[in-house]
Design a protein around this ligand. Structure first.
Ligand SMILES: *Cc1c(COP(=O)(O)O)cnc(C)c1O
Length: 428
């Protein structure tokens, strides 16, 4: 059923390293070759062999309204007709910035970039420039994009390929990156004992790149206190969870306020966009207002802004969307769990808004080590069985799944039935 895709993958691999432009897409951890996509429509993906899938990946998060949403499509087409890029200010940027600043208590000003990687890289520079300190604390299993100093124990892609850090990254750079354990405050205290030069602590407040692993409220409160005590900034990387877990991401769930926030994925509605924002006294340090340099030829691209604006406005005007998406996510996870139980296969599940995750494990997953101890072989079998049954799930045990507004209860039911069949097949 994947003949054309297999040929396309072989052809792609002749010209593109590994045949893909982002490693996890290559199916390395689940085996086989990836379906090549022809088009999307609502909740469905269609590959070049004519297979149809219910898409629980949604371009790894951005497509909260599914594929080809009419409002986003129209905004993109209308804007594109006026020119693709100017390298000069447009009102669209202000409009999108206003929406974000109004929604997030923690954001007084925001700057747009082209990817999540860029957003985080820039936020770190700003944190270092603002505090005059050099070290950063990150958590094992959290992914913050592929910039040099953050490519240390970086979850999904890196974990999947067994290269926790990468050749080409000088130790001189990563020596400034201190590694702590997710949901373990003591490990962060240790970092502050070891270094008096910590500029910031960066965290995915709802980790989505080691599978779905939320931070506990006490843990986030503890981080806030430690940062205050030591004059370090707290950065929430909400590139994935922003507009996904709730309208305001993790910040719709926790009482803890970060100093800086990074966004991406959903704010671009499927176009390449990232953003970072935060407290006014910090953001004012950014050039041209302040001395910390940051720039981008295509940043704030009008077509991308228009797509983001259309998405965010739809979300803002229909806050009940998150309740509906959350219900479907819970129903799906309950179904997967029941299917696993029926075959006595250990499975634990998690849901945050439209985000869902599952580990083939018999214990609760609280950090990266727990995630790594889950059964990835069974995951690979499950992934492949589901794919054959038309259910498109993330191709790594350390990724998060997503529900879109285009998904119906019938589709969730179809996925659950496929899960029962697949679990039975695995049990043999
Ligand atoms: C996806 C992601 C990034 C990187 O964003 P890109 O657009 O892929 O560069 C950074 N942080 C988190 C939490 C992410 O999920």
């Amino acid at each position: 059923m994947f003949e054309k895709s297999k040929l396309a993958f072989a052809e792609a691999s002749r010209y593109i390293p590994g045949g893909v432009d982002s490693p996890v897409r290559a199916f390395g951890s689940v085996g086989g070759t990836p379906p090549f996509i022809e088009r999307g429509e609502g909740a469905y993906l269609f590959d070049i062999d004519g297979n149809r899938y219910i898409d629980f990946v949604q371009s790894w998060g951005p497509l909260i309204f599914g594929h080809c949403d009419k409002d986003i499509e129209e905004a993109v087409i209308e804007t594109a007709k006026k020119g693709l890029s100017f390298g000069a200010p447009t009102e669209l940027e202000t409009e999108l910035a206003k929406e974000i600043v109004t929604l997030f208590d923690s954001i007084d000003k925001v700057r747009f970039v082209n990817s999540g990687t860029e957003a985080v890289m820039s936020a770190l520079r700003l944190a270092r420039g603002f505090t005059g300190k050099n070290d950063i604390v990150k958590f094992a299993g959290c992914y913050h994009g592929h910039s040099d100093s953050l490519l240390v124990q970086a979850g999904s892609g890196a974990a999947t390929f067994g290269t926790p850090s990468s050749p080409g990254v000088p130790e001189d750079l990563t020596k400034h990156t201190l590694l702590a354990t997710y949901n373990d405050l003591e490990s962060v205290k240790k970092c502050f004992q070891e270094s008096g030069d910590i500029a910031c602590v960066i965290i995915e407040p709802i980790a989505g790149n080691m599978g779905l692993v939320p931070a506990s409220e006490e843990f986030l409160e503890g981080l806030r206190e430690l940062c205050n005590e030591h004059g370090a900034l707290l950065i929430f990387d909400e590139v994935m969870s922003g507009f996904r877990a709730t309208l305001t991401g993790a910040q719709g769930i926790t009482q803890v306020k970060p100093d800086l926030v990074t966004l991406g994925k959903v704010i671009g509605g499927g176009m390449p966009v990232g953003a970072f924002g935060g407290r006014i006294d910090i953001m004012e340090r950014l050039s041209p207002e302040g001395p910390v340099y940051q720039a981008g030829t295509l940043s704030g691209n009008p077509v991308a802004m228009a797509a983001g604006l259309a998405s965010l406005r739809k979300l803002k005007h229909n806050p009940a969307i998150y309740v509906e998406l959350g219900k479907k996510a819970k129903r799906l996870m309950k179904g997967f769990k029941a299917a696993a139980d029926a075959e006595e296969i250990p499975l634990v599940t998690e849901v945050r808004g439209s985000m869902f995750g599952y580990f083939f494990s018999d214990k609760e997953v609280k950090n990266f080590d727990d995630a790594l101890s889950s059964d990835t072989e069974t995951f690979a079998k499950f992934h492949s069985g589901m794919l054959r049954r038309g259910i498109y799930l993330a191709c790594s045990a350390f990724e998060t799944g997503f529900i879109s507004t285009a998904m119906t209860d019938e589709m969730i039911e179809e996925a659950i039935i496929a899960a029962y069949e697949t679990m039975r097949e695995i049990r043999g």
